[in-house]
Each structure stands twice: as structure tokens, then as C-alpha cells.
Design a protein around this ligand. Structure first.
Ligand code: NI
Length: 254
């Protein structure tokens, strides 16, 4: 039983064979998928996917790199969409300082506004944080986001940072990156973090695991991630599937 806690099946990379691929996932032991919104456009597409497929749930939210498109009042639109029964979290939201745009103030402003939305609707959050470790942690503490719970998606920081998040009750999203040869730091983090704090994710179509690195990713390839985690922790892979599945169900309240 596989629970892919973070996928982007709205992406154009799936336009040619989306239907066939999604139907086929059930034959590959994929029980649940959460489709993650990242912009106003993908929020709409997520709402379509959760209507069409019973095993797909969704999130509503705008990725930090897309916050430049937002205008005052958009939080009301997001709130209305997030009130759908199959919307299980607010995300992906956060801070991304890899590119200079949008301005950091804009990203922080919308991060806080979307945290407010999660609190109001009592939903967990899916956090995206890249090259912004200190500011992300500051806002999460200031806003007491621990009350919402949720996941730090595609976790990429050090062990010490992982400890801070799991102490607050967050889960860490682990995906294809853990299979990469140069992922020494992340492998150490996975060894350190208890399995009951880890959820599996693809971030598909991105971040396909080895031996498919660079190719289009999908939820069936998550088995390479599970195998890698089992190897790092020296436990049976069935244990990785079972615990991470329970974690994701609990986190998203499904
Ligand atoms: Ni993502």
C-alpha cells in the first residue's frame, strides 16, 4: 500500500497519457495520491482531479515562487476552494530564495496569509522551503504553525533542522533525492529521523529516483525511495510502506 503524499498530476508533462497513467497506478499498489497545488491555475486543475478520481485528494495553496501573481483578496478565493471535502491541506506554501523574484517580503506576506487560512480551516500545511531555512523556521515558530501540523516537503536541510521540525510534530517528506549518489546529507537525516515522522512523496513529474533520474517521475517509482529508506534504516521495506502510509493518512486526516 503506497501513499504518495505529494504529486503534481496537473502538470503538462502528463497531458498525453494522464488518464491511462492514473488508472494504472492502482495496479501498482498506489492507494492514495495527494495532488499539490502551486498556483491559482493548478488549484483549479487540482479541484478537477479530485472530482474525477476517488483515490486522489488535493491541497489548495500558492507556491512562494508564484506569489507574485496574487492580489489582495485572493485569500478569499483560496478559502472557498479549500473548503471542499477532498482538500486535505494548505500548500504548497513557504519561502524560496533560490531565485531573486518574487521579493522576499511578498513571499513572507503570502506565507503568513496562507498560514492564517490553514488555522482558520483547521487544515495541516505542506511547506516548501528552499535556501530559506532560518526565515522559514522563524515564521513557523512566530505563527505557531505547529498547531496545524503538516509536512516539510522535499526536506533538504541538515539533521539539526530536522530535529527542530520533528520536535514540533511535523513530518518530513522524503522523495527521489534520497536515492541520488550525492545525497549524503539527506541519507544521514533519514537515518536519524524516526520512521513515524516520515512520509513518502514523488513531487512528480520532477525528482525521479535512481535509476530514472532526469526522467518523468510518477507514483509507481516511489518504490525506489522506499527501498532506499529501508536500506538506510536496515528494516524490511514492508515496514517502510506500512508506517509511512499510516503517517500520511493521519497527517491528512483521511
Ligand atoms: Ni511540489
Amino acid at each position: 500500500m503506497i501513499f504518495d503524499s505529494h504529486a503534481h498530476y496537473d502538470d503538462e508533462a502528463f497531458d498525453k497519457d494522464r488518464e491511462e497513467l492514473l488508472q494504472g497506478l492502482r495496479d501498482n499498489d498506489v492507494e492514495f495520491v495527494v495532488n499539490i497545488s502551486a498556483s491559482i491555475d493548478t488549484c483549479n486543475k487540482t479541484l478537477g482531479l479530485i472530482k474525477d478520481y476517488d483515490f486522489i485528494y488535493g491541497t489548495i495553496g500558492v507556491h512562494p515562487s508564484e506569489t507574485g501573481e496574487l492580489v489582495n483578496g485572493d485569500e478569499l478565493r483560496l478559502k472557498e476552494w479549500a473548503s471542499n471535502d477532498k482538500i486535505v491541506a494548505i500548500g504548497e506554501i513557504g519561502l524560496d530564495y533560490y531565485y531573486p523574484e518574487p521579493a522576499r517580503e511578498c513571499q513572507k506576506n503570502w506565507f503568513r496569509k496562507q498560514i492564517d487560512l490553514a488555522k482558520e480551516l483547521k487544515l495541516p500545511v505542506v511547506i516548501h522551503s528552499r535556501d530559506a531555512a532560518a526565515d522559514t523556521l522563524d515564521i513557523i515558530k512566530e505563527e505557531n504553525v505547529a498547531q496545524c501540523g503538516g509536512v516539510i516537503h522535499c526536506f533538504s536541510y541538515e539533521k539539526e533542522m530536522a530535529k527542530q521540525y520533528i520536535d514540533m510534530g511535523f513530518y518530513l517528506g522524503i522523495g527521489g533525492v534520497v536515492t541520488f549518489k550525492n545525497a549524503r546529507k539527506l541519507k544521514e537525516t533519514v537515518e536519524f529521523v524516526p520512521l513515524d515522522r516520515i512520509v513518502l512523496e514523488t513531487d512528480c513529474p520532477y525528482l525521479a529516483p535512481e535509476p530514472f533520474r532526469g526522467k518523468r517521475n510518477d507514483s509507481s517509482l516511489i518504490k525506489y525511495v522506499a527501498q532506499q529508506i529501508a536500506q538506510i534504516k536496515d528494516i524490511p521495506v514492508s515496514e517502510v510502506y506500512r508506517i509511512t502510509y499510516e503517517n500520511a493518512k493521519k497527517m491528512y486526516n483521511i
